[in-house]
Design a protein around this ligand. Sequence first.
Ligand code: ASP
Length: 142
Amino acid sequence: MSNEKFGTVGCAALDQDGNLAAGTSTGGMTNKKYGRIGDSPIIGAGTYANNKTCAISATGHGEYFIRGVVAYDISALMEYQGISLEQAAKRVIQKKLTDMGGTGGIIGIDNKGNMVMEFNTPGMFRASKTMKGETLIKMYED
Ligand code: ASP
């Protein structure tokens, strides 16, 4: 599992009017069965945005993200428990997804502009940019 590579490109954004949006594009899993649909196009699983909470785009072993309704779960934790995006993302990726045996991660932004990039794999190619132009590009853990 540790050297699995995912070809997904995802984005999560907050605009100046407070609108959140997320998008995810993927070729799916290597050697996937013909006709398989992963989590990427399933709203709530691999992609989700809600102006009340956050925008999330996921990459990883899609079946687990579908089963865990991962992107929505992060939003729901924020909405119902009032916890931060960072806390919610950590709980879902590092605890729930990991306990299920799923690998992958998410990028996310909340309605205040706080960003998270949480994953349980050795690396996840990722980048972010703020309104001020502050840019971050990373591949592996910090
Ligand atoms: N999540 C995608 C899928 O399961 C794979 C990926 O992240 O590249 O189809």
